[in-house]
Design a protein around this ligand. Sequence first.
Ligand SMILES: [Zn+2]
Length: 253
Amino acid sequence: MEWIIGIILFFLGASIGSFIGVVVDRVPKGQSIIKPRSHCPVCGHELNAIDLIPVVSYIMLRGRCRYCGAKIPIQYWLLEVATGLWVAVLGLLALNTMNLRWVEIMIFGLFAIPIMWIDWKTFYMYDSMLLPLIGVELVFSFVVHPPSLWERLIAAAILFALFGILYIVFKGKMGFGDVELVTAIGLLLGSQSLLWPLFAGIYGLFSYLIPASRENNDEIPNNAVPFGPAMLLAALTLALFGNQIFAWYLSLF
Ligand SMILES: [Zn+2]
């Protein structure tokens, strides 16, 4: 029975991944994510239901447009597979433990994917994603414990204040999106936010080593690094493994 639920969750997640692909493509261009319907970027042909089955259509079409044969970038297929697996694993964890914390982390991850991708591409994080994420985290803060509501609110307030100061000091070099993002991260992690700067710093070093794409943006200096992905990966690492990491750390003494 469990594997049937797993498959259903996988395709649900893959459909969300397909939608995230649209978001990542259109939001930075200021286009609507609802209209027009999905079409081939090369020949412009509108895609039908059979072309839009997550994960499956790409394999059946061997990665090419049904109408003009143009290659479809594999990153969209990988995105569908990854979100499918994410939702299946976290969904099954939630069902097996009857703990909404896993649902919270799952939804946080589904916001994190487009925010990271778009930040990597454009060095920009959009309020249209950050503010709903804060809203979702506020709702879960009242429903899911631990972390306790107070822990979450205090962590969010501290991170908001710290990054608010950085934002004022580094005016122009850092966007307000970072301040909004750490607020959501504080709500997610509660007291585990203590370890978050360490992990964000480690992932941030990796971001320096992998050159980000700077498509269609000459205003970004060459040495600039988008920190959204590092911040979000650090948050997800602690949300998933924070308890184990803390237990290991305490065992050192
Ligand atoms: Zn085409």
